[in-house]
Design a binder for this molecule. Structure first.
Ligand code: SAH
Length: 344
């Protein structure tokens, strides 16, 4: 069976030809899929026989809303989707003045094991298909009735650990006949898989790459992020420099502020030194609560910001959205149950 929503335009065109159809049917099918039809029957401008043939050859899955939570503070909406195989992932719709942003997940669980993040508890279950990532954008839009103008790949999972599906997703969501989100309106956040960052650079996409840095020194970064134990901060920054040189795009460095761990003045100074010669900006994230983690939010966000700024670094502080519904960075989970109800 063909996973039709993960097909590229070229693959869809080939499918139409295989089915004895003319190539223009490809565009019609593509448009229907990306508008969020739930069955081939809804593709009313296709001949009945074609709809039947597609039904026989293809899988067309639709995520179900398992739970929807709306923040009373800022209108942020968090969706828990049930996928066709029963696994669940979360997406978040955030409203900003410059437009609506959807934060999508790319894996069920996560392999990376960062100390402060809820998404990694329980490890990786499986990677999502391109169609399953895309569906989050299509169905958040359809379900909420809100047009989406920006995408952040900052939900559950490590995008570069699911490289091929993520790349296909980017191609699909960027298509003018589909959801049509420009690359400059897409951010991809990675824990820093250097080979994959190099590979991504070779595609020269105009998206914004966010690198989860969280510490400028190996000792602290390895403590917070196991991925650092094999890469190290030096190699990561060399890689970021190459990325900038290849794509011309400045990198955004995410830095979740943890009390007494990565918020010291010497770390701000080291970070500022490392950023010399690698154009980019720092996005400080006030640590969000994850109940299984003993780490506490830093009280030095402002001081750390000022210390960086004094040394010529551009710094922003990420606004917390959806605080009352656990919809902030690092709080998304693949399960619905609360700990008290037996979550592992
Ligand atoms: N796997 C990707 C996407 C993760 S989510 C990555 O590692 O970049 C987006 C950001 O939220 C990452 O920078 C992540 O490190 C950060 N984050 C995770 N848990 C957090 C928490 N409890 N508080 C604040 N930020 C957190």
């Amino acid at each position: 069976m063909i996973d039709i929503k993960s097909c590229s335009r070229e693959e869809l065109r080939q499918l139409m030809l295989d089915l004895g159809q003319s190539a223009f049917r490809e565009k019609q099918v593509f448009q229907w899929l990306h508008r969020g039809v739930e069955s081939f029957e809804e593709m009313t401008n296709l001949p009945k026989a074609l709809r039947q043939a597609l039904r026989e050859r293809c899988i067309l899955t639709v995520p179900q809303v398992e739970r929807k939570q709306v923040s009373k503070l800022d209108g942020t909406i968090k969706y828990l989707w049930r996928l066709a195989d029963g696994n669940c992932v979360e997406s978040v719709l955030m409203r900003y003045r410059h437009g609506n942003t959807v934060c999508v997940s790319c894996e069920v669980g996560c392999l990376m094991g960062c100390a402060f993040c809820a998404s990694t508890l329980g490890g990786l279950v499986r990677r999502l298909s391109a169609g399953e990532i895309l569906d989050q954008v299509i169905f958040v839009q359809k379900e909420s009735g809100q047009p989406i103008s920006n995408i952040v790949m900052m939900g559950i999972g490590e995008p570069l650990d699911n490289f091929d599906s993520v790349l296909r997703f980017l191609e699909l969501v960027n298509d003018p006949e589909g959801v049509n989100i420009g690359m400059r309106h897409i951010s991809l956040s990675t824990c820093g898989l250097v080979e994959k960052i190099d590979k991504l650079a070779s595609y020269q996409l105009q998206l914004t790459l966010s690198v989860s840095l969280h510490a400028p020194d190996d000792e602290t970064r390895s403590r917070l992020m196991p991925v650092n134990r094999s890469v190290g901060v030096d190699r990561l920054f060399q890689c970021c420099k190459r990325y900038f040189e290849t794509t011309g795009r400045r990198i955004s460095y995410e830095y979740a502020m943890v009390d007494g761990v990565n918020d010291h003045d010497w770390q701000a100074d080291l970070l500022a030194r490392r950023l010399k010669g690698v154009p980019g900006h720092v996005n400080l994230i006030p640590l969000n609560d994850v109940r299984e983690s003993p780490l506490k939010p830093s009280r030095r966000v402002k001081a750390f910001q000022q210390r960086l700024e004094q040394q010529g670094v551009t710094v922003t502080v990420r606004r917390k959205l959806g605080g009352d519904i656990d919809a902030s960075c690092g709080q998304l989970r693949r399960k619905t149950l609360k700990l008290s109800e037996g979550e592992s």
